[in-house]
Design a protein around this ligand. Sequence first.
Ligand code: GLC
Length: 603
Amino acid sequence: MMNEIKHLKQIVIVSLLILTSLNTIAQKNTNQRAKWFTDARFGMFIHWGVYSGAEGIWKGEKLRYDNDYAEWIYYRNRIHRDEYVTLLDRFDWKKIDPEKWVILAKEAGMKYVTITAKHHDGFALWDSNVGNYDVAKFTNPKRDIIKELAEACKKHGLKLGLYYSHWVDWAHPNGWDHTKEIYLISAQEYDKYWQEKVMPQMRELLTNYGDIGLIWFDMWIHHSKSIVTKKQLLQLKKMIRKLQPNCLVNSRLGLSVEEDSDIDFKTLGDNELGSKKEEFPWQSPGTVAHSWGFHALEEQWKSTSTLLHWLINNASLNGNYMLNIGPRANGDVPYEISQRLLEMGKWLKVNGESIYGAEAFDLRKDQHDWGKITCRKMVDGKAKLYLHLYNWPLSKKVFVTGIKSKPAKAYLLANKQKLDVKLEGALTTVDLPSEAPGEYVAVVVLEYNSYPETIDNLVGKTVDRGYSLTPKNSLNESELKIVNPKRFGSIPEHVKVSRKQEFQWKIYVEQPKTLHIDASYSFQGNKDDGTIELSMAKSNRKLKVKPTGLTVGEPNSDWHIPNFDAHRMGTIEITEPGYYTINMKVKSSDKHPILFQWIWLGE
Ligand code: GLC
């Protein structure tokens, strides 16, 4: 008996260990639930509701106050609940057909669709038994947009996602609207809203519409800073896990992936792109222009290239991109949106292999100035790298810095045209034909017989055959206080050196050559003061820092900017191919700091 108990104990311990390690794998990589999501990479967001009838304008006046999001008109323009729904009179119910949105998503190469089932206005797009503020009560014959969309998704093989505004609800007397920061509401009152609207409505959505791929909550601050309690959030999550165990939940529930490993993916801010490779699933929600709901005064359309770059950027960091459409009150998707989506779909038809199921590679995010890399590990141990060329290089060459393995072959993904490729140490060079194989972004595939070996922290060789040594790509980046660019990036990134600062970089030079050195900095002292000293390949070069003066930003507006100026520091002879470390010391007097910007090593 004792033995059996001991044995049982062992089994429990081992199972617990397995469970915990599975849990870490889930967060380190992708849990089983989220596998489809990380493979998908690209999805559609739909903002459509009563506000679509207003198009960002109420009684002749444009949307008030902050953010200019058309779906906020109810709150922004202080519209009464009952008057708000008169906007529904503008809807063309005969024409409205959610299947058309799903077909567009499919043609755009998107793998899932997430619709605003209930946005902040509190109005439900399905036939709800909770309250009287839903689409079925205002249509004859009754409409249930969620049902129609769910059926269309099933028919066309796309996953269905539901946006549900849990925190904010402007229509329920106890729901949250931001004025309650001023005109307070008690926790008990708020819980009434939670128990009588959120919980039963979510139950309906999770019960009546088949498989739900994901629920997309929208609280962009941590729960501790809101009226919502962790207990309420966990109550909600528990119900989702019970009713739809495969349904994903995003971090805008109000719980971060770091805090709760059971959150399936992290949602970044609106139109916020990934900045680093992450091991857990994540996503950026994005708009084609600015507003989410259709806005008649919209003018900020992003180009198809920009949208493609954003999709590729995220895929190259293990992220997802959910791109929004704001259909009009007659169901039409604005041409500016559908045209861009179809163009993206055309590109993905040819190049989708580099996006779907592809993932981040090991090199630094901005290692290369020609674009981004994604990677695919094959079951047989082989690997493919996809080089996304945002611009076809004038030199007809692509340089990849930091890989020590030689590709078995190289070709263009669009037409399989074979390309010459060579490896010199840590530099791979691919020769391109004179013309790009298609529009937007061209993809070069490098195939490897085994997963390629990389070297960290090298500065990449640029398309114009130089090395741009910046604070960001230095070996000691983490110890530098980098001043971010200002005024739309037009005032450059730099490090302010008061007294002394050292910098180190590492590069690989593939052939003997002479490298010219330039140093760019701003110095506002009035006489030569301070030094920049650089050592590389057993040579030293020293520069006395000179005043760089001011420059005029705009005529007649007194906008005078400290000038950044490049100064030649001489040349360095590289006699042998190899790895070189560059050490640099910047010294300034106490009085005037030196704003160090970059070193350029060029042929
Ligand atoms: C913000 C806005 C909301 C929009 C959402 C999309 O949270 O409040 O209107 O639905 O972002 O990411």
